[in-house]
Ligand binder design. Structure first.
Ligand code: FAD
Length: 414
């Protein structure tokens, strides 16, 4: 026991992983969140469950920027925008657009790869020996295309993946169908990555890690933090007025981190990149492994008793209620993927990906308040990198030198 205390604001995968690693280091850890870890209010609950070690290309690409203006006007495209929200996202959108070029992608990819490449091992290191471990599945991961030319033309992604160790095998339509006879006729080409992993219930996984943390001395306060006052012993004000204090505070409240960071005067650029899922329970068959369905921009993952189709992007801010159109789009896309699929019931969900303009997380001490650590910004791979972020938070809190360069993730880089 090192006798030092830490308050963690936000208990999604990033907060719970940070809590567990800090606890293992001997800190007195209190997790603070108005919702129970693993609940549907968190992005960590409803994602596609993929531990995506092949993800090395940032969200902002020249192709996205070229197609986005047409996509937001096309109701059948997987990009949605609430027009009234557009003016408010401009401070994030401008630097995002400035990153959408080949030179920036080449610069960002090594730092993204450094976060994702060992995702399987990081999840195992966190979950081994806990109930969470049984929610980790191992197998292949297949990217589906309607035309091979879509894959062939994305040379930069192929080059970046190869450079950082992900070399897929190519699958013809016949090979795809041999592996999965239920696959719809629209998909004529695929790429297969071996040695992948996914979670069969991301919500239960987070909840199981949280249980483990509680059983080993961790504390939880079901409360919302409304202010952080930096200092030698930073103070946290909870809704209702109560104040807590500790040696360190970790800000890991996902897409909501922007609010507390702004109150501290930290110039954070973070957008809630909203996504949706449709979960089909007791399906007549399930996918043999996760599919990235490239034309509809969602991942179909076989989970514990259901098939989950999760993806698409909507910009509408943190607080706007969920929309119907993305759900209808996913349902239609699932019919294209699996025309003969039947199921007992389905449910839909919306969550908020915490996305920075350069797709890299914000990780490290707040330069003006070193006892406050930032840990958020996992965007489309926040589940993948959560355990690693947690481990690095513990390194930083202990003043231990990490085995990687943390400069690209500085929270004040914007
Ligand atoms: C449709 C979809 C599919 C996805 N698929 C994948 C995937 O396959 N693989 C992958 O790696 N990633 C995926 N992601 C991304 C991933 O889910 C997120 O990046 C990740 O879950 C973020 O985790 P987090 O802990 O930072 O935030 P969250 O899980 O959102 O947790 C943040 C927590 O902070 C709490 N909080 C907020 N404000 C306060 C406050 N003031 N005080 C206290 N607590 C507060 C919230 O209540 C919440 O519990 C997907 C996301 C979506 C939406």
């Amino acid at each position: 026991m090192n006798g030092r205390s830490v308050l963690i604001v936000g208990a999604g995968i990033t907060g719970v992983a940070s809590a567990e690693w800090l606890c293992r280091d001997g800190w007195q850890v209190t997790l603070i969140d108005p919702v129970q870890p693993g609940s549907p209010d968190q992005a960590s609950y409803g994602n596609a469950g993929l531990l995506s070690r092949t993800s090395v290309v940032p969200v902002a690409t020249p192709s996205l920027v070229r197609h986005a203006p047409a996509m937001v006007f096309d109701p059948s495209s997987p990009l949605f925008l609430r027009w009234s929200y557009l003016p408010r996202m401009i401070p994030w959108l401008l630097p995002f657009l400035r990153n959408a070029n080949e030179a920036k992608i080449r610069q960002i990819a090594p730092a993204l790869s450094a976060m994702t490449f060992d995702a399987n091992e990081q999840h195992l290191a966190l979950a081994r020996g806990t109930e969470a471990e049984r929610h980790i599945a191992n197998g292949d991961y297949v990217t589906l295309y309607t035309k091979k030319s879509d894959y062939d033309s994305d040379l930069l992604t192929q080059e970046m993946r190869r450079k950082f160790g992900s070399v897929p095998s190519e699958l013809t339509r016949a090979e795809l169908v041999e592996r999965d006879p239920n696959l719809g006729p629209a998909y004529t080409f695929g790429t297969l990555y071996q040695g992948c992993a996914w979670l069969t219930s991301p919500g239960r996984y987070v909840a199981a890690l949280f249980d483990h943390f509680l059983r080993h001395g961790g504390q939880y306060r079901q409360a919302k933090a409304v202010d952080i006052q930096p200092g030698e012993m930073p103070k946290l004000t909870l809704e209702g007025g109560e104040t807590l204090t500790a040696d360190k505070v970790v800000l890991s409240s996902g897409a909501w981190s922007v609010r507390l960071a702004k109150r501290m005067g930290a110039p954070v650029k973070l957008e809630a990149e909203r996504g949706y899922h449709v979960a089909m329970h007791s399906p007549s068959f399930n996918a043999p492994y996760p599919y990235m369905v490239t034309d509809a921009k969602f991942v179909a993952t076989p989970m514990d008793g259901f098939l989950r189709a999760a993806g698409v992007v909507e910009f509408a801010g943190l607080d706007a209620p969920a929309s119907e159109a993305p759900v209808r789009l996913i349902e239609k896309a699932v019919k294209r993927l699996y025309p003969t699929l039947e199921f007992d019931r389905s449910e839909s969900w919306m969550g908020r990906r915490p996305t920075t303009p350069d797709s890299l997380p914000a990780l490290g001490e707040n330069p003006k308040a070193p006892n406050v650590l930032h840990a958020y910004g996992g965007q489309h791979v926040g589940l993948t990198i959560g355990p690693k972020l947690g481990r690095l938070v513990a390194d930083i809190a202990a003043g231990r030198r990490a085995n990687m360069d943390l400069a690209p993730y500085r929270p004040d880089r914007f």
